[in-house]
Write a protein that binds this ligand. Sequence first.
Ligand code: FES
Ligand code: FES
Length: 155
Amino acid sequence: MLKVIKMTINGKEEEVAFDSRESLAETLRRRLGMTGVKEGCEVGECGACTVLIDGTAIDSCLYLTEWAEGKHILTIEGLRKDTGELNPIQQAFVDEAAVQCGFCTPGIIMSAVELMNSGETFTREELRKKISGHLCRCTGYENILNALEDVVGKK
Ligand code: FES
Ligand code: FES
């Protein structure tokens, strides 16, 4: 039998039905259609499934859905404004051509949002360490770092 809990997803309170063995990544993708949350390794190695939970970037493949009761979840789907305007980090990824296949992109962007929300700025080397939990098979990371520097880099 499915369990039902409430959580706020991208600013909207939702009642979510799920199997108690499910990870948040599975629930977001399969029950709520949020396929911007990517499942790569499903063991906490690649960062593709990163979402913000109460403002902290977390691998949602390692996070049981039932732990999210009453929490605020932000996914890549919640970043674009209603007007269609992209979040500044999304725009920076476009401007810097930081996307190839795109599989790693939502997770890295969500980690970047956590950095933006901190109000701090970072050197390129610090940013390299900050995204070290994300694997990208395509870009070689340099354009991703350029995009991160655009929004949270030390000037
Ligand atoms: S799918 Fe979650 S860390 Fe890889
Ligand atoms: S753009 Fe393909 S894995 Fe990063």
